[in-house]
Design a protein around this ligand. Structure first.
Ligand code: LLP
Length: 421
């Protein structure tokens, strides 16, 4: 459920008409609903109620400072994957003890930053990385709390570009080697192993792959405890999918996911961490665009929007579906027209959707791409020298620009022309 509904024929973000935001900031822009973000965080928090747990929002999904602050103040921890995300979490006021550092290639500088600023744990992904972390921690006179991300070799049954738990993926340490790796950690002066980490992929629409992976983690917990390791925390990653296509069957709910987690690992008495990103942010955001032209093609009509693949790469990159709706609600009985919805970028891949049924639209009309809160703005680029687009946060009847549209001068001034030219 989200808070983007039609009222009196006009699409609203909570209590604010989208057209009002468009008039204030211009199109295209991203708009996020605070109530939806908080609702989704709380669904996970409640799904694990009664179990010692921390929901660590995967900031990579949507890392605007205002969003991180909103969730941080609601009690969320953060899952970060770079020094940049770590800095964002801290700048938004999230204490170090609620920040988990994931990622396959943490640099020594990033390790140092997090050890200085405070960290809940590092999820290490390779032997060279854990040796480096031990050296860094030792040189600073501290001990770094770690989990090892294990690769359980489970098929997440999701798009291949966002599947991470198969042996052929670059992530984690093969689970079969885990006992050796924990034995090595026990001998490293700068590390203390406190748990196990796993993350098998994103946009999972079935609980079974999670269950299989978590069963393997549960067995490993027992084996490691028998080896004398103090395993008290399980980081179970993120990955629960969202309904992109409203006409399709909805994926399992956080509550069902939480029940499965209890069933599979509840008996171990571990503290549970989860790292949802998409389910918190995805349906909490829209990309709003204006129609530049409607162009008659050969047997089709192209709706040329002012948003493009550089603003929302998901359709081009993963063949992703986003529901696209008119901001002015179609009147009952309105004739629907199939449109190929495209952006102005000079690539055929700059196609958001083909043959989408919409009421007749023309220049200046507004459309909204649903489920664009996660992996939307954060994956944007300036391709075709199109400046990044603004982000707006709505809270009830108020809205604020949380990232303004840069000026063209700002974009140009980042380049430097060498003296010899
Ligand atoms: N934890 C780790 C270690 C991750 O790598 C990810 C996502 C998450 C948590 C959060 O997963 P989520 O709950 O959001 O599924 N750009 C792609 C998605 C990439 C996901 C990368 N890792 C897309 O637009 O579909």
């Amino acid at each position: 459920m989200d808070h983007f509904l039609y009222r009196d024929g006009a699409l609203h973000a909570e209590d604010v008409p989208i057209s009002e935001i468009a008039a204030a900031v211009g199109t295209p822009f991203y708009v996020y609903s605070s109530a939806t973000l908080l609702r989704h965080f709380r669904l996970f928090d409640e799904a694990l109620a009664g179990t010692d747990h921390l929901v660590c929002y995967a900031m990579k999904a949507l890392s605007n400072l205002a969003v991180v602050k909103l969730l941080g103040e609601a009690g969320a921890g953060m899952d970060v994957v770079s020094g940049g995300e770590y800095r964002r979490a801290r700048a938004a006021g999230v204490p170090g003890e609620r920040i988990v550092f994931s990622g396959v290639g943490k640099t020594r500088d990033e390790m140092c930053l997090a050890l200085e600023g405070g960290i809940r744990q590092f999820n290490v992904e390779s032997e060279p990385e854990m040796r480096a972390l031990s050296e860094v921690a030792e040189s600073m006179g501290v001990v770094a709390p770690v989990t090892v991300r294990v690769n359980p070799d489970v098929d997440a049954k999701t798009h291949e570009k966002i599947s991470t738990g198969k042996a052929e993926n670059k992530f984690g340490i093969p689970i079969a080697r885990a006992r050796e790796v924990y034995a090595e950690i026990a001998g490293l002066p700068g590390l203390k192993a406190i748990g196990i980490d796993v993350h098998i992929g994103s946009q999972l629409t079935d609980l079974e792959p999670f269950r299989l992976a978590y069963q393997k983690v549960a067995e490993l917990t027992e084996a490691l405890r028998a080896d004398g390791h103090d395993i008290r925390r399980l980081d179970l990653g993120g990955g629960l999918g969202i309904p992109y296509e409203r006409s399709n069957e909805a994926p399992p709910l956080p509550l069902e996911y939480g029940q499965m987690v209890r069933e599979v690992v509840g008996h171990l008495g571990c503290e549970i961490e989860i790292e949802p990103g998409r389910l918190i942010a995805g349906n909490a955001g829209l990309l709003v665009a204006g129609v530049i032209y409607v162009k008659q093609g050969e047997g089709r009509e192209f709706l040329i929007a002012d948003a493009a693949m550089n603003d929302l790469i998901r359709p081009a990159m993963y063949d992703a579906w986003h529901d696209i709706v008119p901001v002015r609600e179609a009147e009952a009985g309105a004739v629907m027209t199939p449109y190929d919805i495209v952006g102005p970028v000079c690539e055929s891949g700059d196609t958001f959707a083909k043959g989408r049924m919409l009421p007749a639209l023309g220049e200046g009309d507004l459309i909204a791409f649903r489920s664009a809160g996660a992996y939307g703005a954060v994956m944007a680029s300036e391709y075709n020298s199109r400046p990044l687009i603004p982000e707006v946060l709505v809270n009830g009847d108020q809205f604020a620009v949380i990232r303004r549209r840069p000026t063209f001068d700002e974009m140009l001034n980042r380049d430097t022309i060498p003296k010899w030219l």
